[in-house]
Design a binder for this molecule. Structure first.
Ligand code: UD1
Ligand code: CA
Length: 451
């Protein structure tokens, strides 16, 4: 038996009032359609077919790393019409078709497994999903007959006052027998709004004499559908709570989960402590036994074990084991800190590597530089890397001592074990074991190896 899946993502989402297609709005750092793909991928045998329409190119572009197929729904004529657009992709290839909507990022793969299991026990060609709750959020109502059997789904806009009072809602996750689905889609009547509603297939199956079952969600939060930005914030909060709980159960201490923002693509090692107001974003990987925060943002970066990062901003950087940093440091793209590096306050590093044990305590900017091991970068040291046209490199050897307020006018090199005096403006290369001072810096003397 082959299970296929279709995810509807062609609508504009006018209620979002956005230039961005609705399904690309991020929840916990990933587009909502990404979450929908994760859920169906847990049980579908074929790559999910994403039905795109509004902003099709942007949606495809954002999913280029995913294993998915696309179907184009050129005109958005309703959810039933959208599913029919995927028919050429799947007809003859699958026995069962799962259908979900891209605007329900909180729906779990486990719930879809329950839906599938219920479908396989039933003789009906369709099985649906519903939940009971107080807040209607514009959802379709599940109308049941006097025996309690599902009779039809009525959209909120078409519902009578009695139907509006129903507290069982259509989630919009369905399992269909493929052969039945393709035929039935042709029988959907056009609605008053001029659309073909997928939800009408429930009433059609009942009219054919089938008893349609509904898998009732235990956790109604899974059903939060996102139609506007109020729903978006609500879903983001739930997703963050789930992510935080996952990491806490995996051995990470989160001091205040309500003030911790960990995106879906992040990993964290055991016994790391996350202090409040910390944002871990993108593809960030944090090692074990670290202390991150308070007030720290790490984006698309790798952090080793036992790092302490306080009140700092770290973007596209690599931090090895036992690094300490902050408060108020800024690592930008291409910053590499080797083992045991210490940055104090107001340190900025960009496109540079700092060797093991190097220390940079106060007020420094290092850009386009390669710095060796155990270098002391005195307070106020700056690489003058930009000449108004291009960025120039600086190279510093091992065990160098840069006095306070050294200006390194790039391109420039300083050899191993050399020393610059306070306020030196280094405009020419300095050989190893040499003391330089002044403006511009001049050689004072050769240093004994034991100095
Ligand atoms: C839909 C359901 C409703 C259910 C609710 C749950 C229908 C008719 N109604 O209503 O019963 O309670 O979801 O969230 O199905 N889309 C397309 N092509 C289209 C129209 C929509 O791909 O022509 C996509 C949208 O991108 C979206 C999804 O289908 O991802 C649902 O569309 P939306 O307009 O949000 O439907 P709801 O009004 O929420
Ligand atoms: Ca919706």
């Amino acid at each position: 038996m082959t299970i296929a899946s279709i995810i509807l993502a062609a609508g504009q989402g006018t209620r979002m009032r956005s230039k961005l297609p609705k399904v690309l709005h991020p929840v916990a750092g990933k587009p909502m359609v990404w979450h929908a793909i994760r859920a169906v991928s847990q049980l579908a045998d074929l790559p999910p077919v994403i039905v795109v329409g509004f902003g099709a190119e942007a949606v495809k572009q954002s999913l280029k790393a995913e294993r998915v197929d696309f179907a184009l729904q050129a005109e958005q004529l309703g959810t039933g019409h959208a599913v029919a657009s995927a028919r050429p992709n799947l007809e003859g290839k699958a026995n069962l078709v799962l259908v979900t909507y891209a605007d329900m990022p909180l729906l779990r793969g486990e719930s879809l497994k329950d839906l599938m299991a219920l479908h396989q026990q039933s003789s009906s060609p369709v099985t649906m999903t519903s939940y009971f709750g107080e807040e209607a959020r514009g959802f379709g109502r599940v109308v049941r007959d006097s025996h309690g059997h599902v009779a039809q789904i009525v959209e909120q806009a078409d519902a009578t006052p009695e139907q509006l009072a129903i507290r069982e809602y259509n989630v919009s996750a369905y399992c269909f027998d493929a052969d039945w689905l393709w035929g039935a889609l042709e029988n959907i009547p056009i609605s008053a709004k001029g659309e073909y509603y997928l939800t009408d297939l429930i009433g059609l199956a009942v009219a054919e004499g089938h008893q349609v079952n509904s898998m009732v969600l235990e956790d109604p939060l899974e059903a939060i559908g996102l139609n506007n930005r109020v729903h978006l914030a609500a879903a983001d909060k739930v997703m963050r709570q789930r992510i935080n709980e996952k990491w806490m159960l995996a051995g990470v201490t989160i001091i205040n989960p309500d003030a911790t923002y960990i995106e879906a693509g992040v990993t964290i090692g055991q016994d790391t402590v996350i202090q409040p107001n910390t944002h871990l974003r993108g593809t960030t990987m944090i090692g074990e036994d670290c202390e991150i925060g308070p007030d720290t943002t790490v984006i698309d970066s790798v952090v080793g074990d036992r790092a302490h990062l306080i009140a700092s901003m770290i973007e596209q950087a690599e931090i090895s084991n036992d690094v300490t940093m902050g408060p108020f440091c800024h690592l930008r793209k291409g910053a590499i800190l080797k083992e045991g590096v210490h940055l104090g306050n107001f340190a900025e590093v960009k496109d540079s590597s700092l060797g093991a044990g190097t220390k940079m305590g106060h007020f420094s900017y290092i850009g386009n530089a390669v710095i060796g091991k155990n270098v002391n970068i005195g307070a106020g040291t700056i690489t003058c890397n930009y000449d108004g046209e291009k960025k120039n490199p600086t190279e510093i050897g091992d065990d160098v001592f840069l006095g306070s307020d050294t200006m390194l006018v790039a391109p420039v090199k300083i050899g191993d074990r050399s020393i610059t005096g306070a306020g030196a403006v280094v405009t020419r290369d300095v050989p190893q074991d040499t003391l330089v001072m002044g403006v511009p810096a001049k050689e004072k003397r050769k240093l004994e190896k034991s100095d």
